[in-house]
Design a protein around this ligand. Sequence first.
Ligand SMILES: [Zn+2]
Length: 166
Amino acid sequence: MQALSEAAIRRSLVNCSRSEAAAMTLPRDIDEFDWTAADVLGWRDPKAELRGYLVHEQGGDLVGLALRAADTKMSSRRSAMCLLCHTVQSADAISLFTARRVGEAGRNGNTVGTYVCADLRCAGRVQAVPPSAQHLDEELQALAVEEQAEGLRQRLAAFTADVLRH
Ligand SMILES: [Zn+2]
């Protein structure tokens, strides 16, 4: 994706009020973010513990989703899968996030929920060669990485469509 300005990121948020968008805090390490490699900028708000954001391009438009993490953590003794990047981690590193729907549905308290990496850094995880491809040659590893990235794009697009549906 293209490097985004703070103003563009704030403007991209589709499912929160203007005051909530104004209160959004960018990730502290945004200067180190690899824009060319990633399809999604995801982070937890450093100043508001339960808030998080996913910003990505969809059909040429920039779409930012404001999310709220559940305030309970799952057990570290179990494992769980992120439903966006499909990474399996210990369950305390996966969180239930809800996104308010846009428009009247959202004003009526209607939300969409899904389980996502608690740090929302799915884009970095799909850039790693999966264990199932580690014994393969470089070309096939690159293909496996591309498939992971495509899976993330598709699942995030489906989640976004749910948030945008009236
Ligand atoms: Zn993930």
